[in-house]
Structure formats: structure tokens, C-alpha cells
Design a protein around this ligand. Structure first.
Ligand code: ISJ
Length: 95
């Protein structure tokens, strides 16, 4: 997945993207599960306990590994990822 592959055709590029997306889906599911555990451990979980400083640190660390995307684009991506995790945690806490 992290190989610097150079697919030459449209089909090869899409196959390479599909492999990356498969890994991303697994990682996103794992991340959401971990973030859900955090919500139960914090004194105030869910959206009410949102920690924007921590979220900024997450994005800044990711930007070091993804400099072409950079903080601004990563921030939009991670905001969606984090909010999806918080929604899932709140749904589960309702049960
Ligand atoms: C997971 C936490 O709760 C929230 C979700 C975060 C995340 O998904 O990375 C980060 C900060 C908080 O807004 C946390 O506080 O660490």
C-alpha cells in the first residue's frame, strides 16, 4: 500500500486507488472504535467534550507526513473523520 507505485493506465491507477481505499476503510473503522473508547473515558464525551486543541495537534502531525495535502486540506478531511466518530459514539451511547 505504501509502495511508491507508478501505475501507467487508467485501470491500474483505479486498482491502486481501490487498494488504498481498502486500507483507509480499515484504518477509519479502527480509528472510530478507538475514538469511541476515548468518549467513554473522558469526563465529558461526545460533541460536548470536543477538544479542538487536540484536533489541531492531530492535523499538524499528519501534515508532517502529508505535506502536499497540508494542514488546511487535512483539517477539512479530519474534521469529517472526527465528526463521523463522534456521531457513531453518540449513537451507540443512546442504546
Ligand atoms: C478522541 C477524542 O475526542 C474527540 C475526538 C478526537 C478524534 O477523533 O481524534 C479528538 C479530540 C476530541 O474532539 C479525544 O479527546 O482524544
Amino acid at each position: 500500500m505504501l509502495r511508491d507505485e507508478r501505475p501507467g493506465t487508467l485501470a491500474e491507477c483505479r486498482q491502486a486507488i481501490d487498494r488504498v481505499d481498502a486500507a483507509l476503510a480499515t484504518l477509519l473503522e479502527r480509528r472510530a472504535e478507538l475514538a469511541g473508547v476515548v468518549q467513554r473515558l473522558k469526563p465529558v464525551g461526545g460533541f460536548a467534550g470536543r477538544d479542538l486543541g487536540r484536533e489541531r495537534d492531530v492535523v499538524a502531525r499528519m501534515a508532517v507526513r502529508a505535506p502536499a495535502l497540508g494542514e488546511s486540506r487535512l483539517s477539512a478531511i479530519m474534521n469529517a473523520v472526527i465528526e463521523a466518530g463522534l456521531h457513531l459514539a453518540e449513537e451507540r451511547s443512546d442504546r
